[in-house]
Design a protein around this ligand. Structure first.
Ligand code: PLP
Length: 428
């Protein structure tokens, strides 16, 4: 037995499914999850000493690779001062300043402890601001595990959602509408069927949570126009895309400014941080400025702000990082596409900057329905073939890969060699 197998057996006795977040359990690819020991740069080392090149990077936060000196130094410096005050600190002001400077839609911002907290809070504020109850989300977009977001599509585009998880009440589900991603006509129809009832439309401006899916040309601008016309708060959930696809996130990259934005992942530099913000008139609804309640014992935690600040400052001062990530992302995606083609598979590869997905289907993937056409057993075999070759991918077809600046040209070649061998292995 490997140490991972031993630990997983113990974990399953103690922790539901043996993990503290479901995707880590490898359920959709089978097998035993790898327990990690340490990481540096592009490399992960597991509890048995085996090494892997990391293409998940903690699901996005580690954009500079693991243990970057700039973040470790900031943490080391902050450590002796305090682990938590529960009182305001200078770094919270500086971090807010930096976020507002970089993200186009932010005029005011509130720090929280996770992406889930950010999205839950953002829709509460949008509801408080508009006095309306319903929200609209897109099938396959993930906005954390708040009740309002764990809603599956109803039977038609105009029907209300159904709970996607036991424990989410039908009452909550009634207030969440779902429509297919990239379908502006469905959004218009949903608005028309619920006149003056929608508080917010929340969207991943580039989707990472059904695999990587790009917004169709004009889709985000179309949403912007509809929200303005109907006084609906447009929320971009940039927990994944913020500071990844551009310094100002997808909203900068696509030139569409939402009313509110949620952030997480990268802004904590690997520590638990989230943030939500937007137009000042909306954010002034938040307590104690306004009446919409939201709070957090550890919000603005001094270590989290030290790590986040260091990483964001680095990105701000080194904009060439984004060009580097773009180039590596394109090489990986083009290389993967080429290999699949040479093998006669013609699989779809979607890529935006440093996020990409290989879908095990030859058809274009523009929404969840498309993504679901993928050959999941073949993906599972591919995943394990890559893992055996020391390439650590997301253990699900419906997740994007995240590239860090630690991926060198040499590691791109290593990935592509493994990709070719693994695709062959997965299909014979
Ligand atoms: C990860 C993610 C969240 C949830 O963030 P947590 O920190 O895991 O709670 C929300 N929205 C998007 C788009 C995400 O990718």
């Amino acid at each position: 037995m490997t140490t991972s197998e031993t630990l997983f057996a113990r974990a399953q006795e103690l922790i539901p499914g043996g993990v503290n977040s479901p995707v880590r359990a490898f359920r959709s690819v089978g097998g035993v999850p790898v327990f990690m020991q340490s990481a540096r740069g592009a490399w992960l080392t597991d509890v048995d000493g085996k090494q892997y090149v990391d293409f998940i990077n903690s699901w996005g936060p580690m954009i500079l690779g693991h243990a970057p000196a700039v973040v470790l130094d900031a943490l080391t410096k902050a450590l002796p001062d305090s682990l938590s005050f529960g009182a305001p600190t200078r770094r919270e002001v500086e971090l807010a300043e930096l976020l507002i400077e970089l993200v186009p839609s932010l005029e005011k911002v509130r720090l929280v402890n996770s992406g889930t907290e950010a999205t839950m809070s953002a829709i509460r504020v949008a509801r408080g601001y508009t006095g309306r109850a319903k929200i609209l989300k897109f099938e396959g977009c993930y906005h954390g595990h708040g009740d309002s977001f764990l809603i599956a599509a109803g039977s038609g585009a105009l029907t209300l959602g159904a709970p996607d998880s036991p424990g989410v009440t039908e009452g909550v589900a009634r207030d969440t509408l779902t429509v297919p991603y990239n379908d502006l006509a469905a959004v218009e129809a949903a608005i028309a069927a619920n006149p003056d009832q929608l508080a917010a439309i929340i969207i991943e401006p580039v989707v990472g949570n059904m695999g990587l899916v790009e917004p169709a040309p004009g889709f985000l601008a179309g949403l912007r126009a509809l929200c303005t016309k109907h006084s609906i708060v447009l929320i971009f959930d940039e927990v994944m895309t913020g500071f990844r696809l551009a310094p100002g996130g997808a909203q900068e990259r696509y030139g569409v400014v939402p009313d509110m934005t949620t952030l997480g992942k990268i802004i904590g530099g690997g520590l638990p941080v989230g943030a939500y913000g937007g137009r000042a008139d909306i954010m002034n609804q938040v307590a104690p400025a306004g009446k919409v309640y939201q709070a957090g014992t550890l919000s603005g935690n001094p270590l989290a702000t030290a790590a986040g600040m260091a990483q964001l400052r680095y990105l701000h001062e080194h904009p060439e990082v984004y060009q580097q990530l773009e180039t590596i992302g394109t090489r990986l995606a083009d290389g993967t596409r080429q290999i699949a083609k040479e093998l006669g598979l013609h699989y779809t590869v979607n890529q935006v900057g440093s996020m990409f997905s290989l879908f095990f289907t030859p058809e274009p993937v523009n929404n969840l329905e498309d993504a679901k056409k993928a050959n999941l057993p073949a993906f599972g075999r591919y995943f394990h073939a890559m893992l055996n070759r020391g390439i650590y991918l997301a253990p699900s077809q419906f997740e994007a890969l995240f590239i860090s600046t630690a991926i060198t040209d040499e590691l791109v070649e290593k990935y592509l060699t493994a990709c070719r061998e693994s695709l062959i292995e997965a299909h014979h």
